[in-house]
Design a protein around this ligand. Structure first.
Ligand code: FES
Length: 112
């Protein structure tokens, strides 16, 4: 989830730490029926996995892309997702999804 726009591991945050903050979960990133560009990229690149790891991957990836967009480094690295662990399969399509979404998010933010 995001607290004030930054990805955090929800299982390690005490409710008092979120008091007064803006909390966003995976359910809050789409605009009605329109998926967030990161969700669309995960769908289109077959990066979706189970309901346990995918929300964390997507929320972390959005934060990573937003941080890279604000920095001089324009290419987010898959290694930044290392705190999100899936022992079931590989990360190839997830990294592909994040890189695809980085382009989509820049286009989306430019249009806003
Ligand atoms: Fe989600 Fe492995 S597919 S934890």
């Amino acid at each position: 989830m995001h607290i004030d726009g930054r990805a955090v591991k929800s299982c390690t945050v005490l409710v008092g730490q979120a008091n007064g903050a803006n909390v966003t979960t995976i359910e809050g990133i789409s605009k009605g029926d329109e998926l967030h560009p990161m969700q669309s990229a995960f769908r289109d690149n077959h990066g979706l996995q189970c309901g346990y790891c995918t929300p964390g991957m997507i929320m972390s990836a959005i934060d990573i892309v937003n941080r890279y967009a604000a920095s001089s480094t324009r290419t987010p690295s898959g290694t930044k997702l290392e705190g999100n662990i899936c022992r079931c399969t590989g990360y190839h399509n997830i990294v592909k999804s994040v890189l695809d979404a980085a382009g989509r998010m820049q286009v989306s933010q430019a249009a806003e």
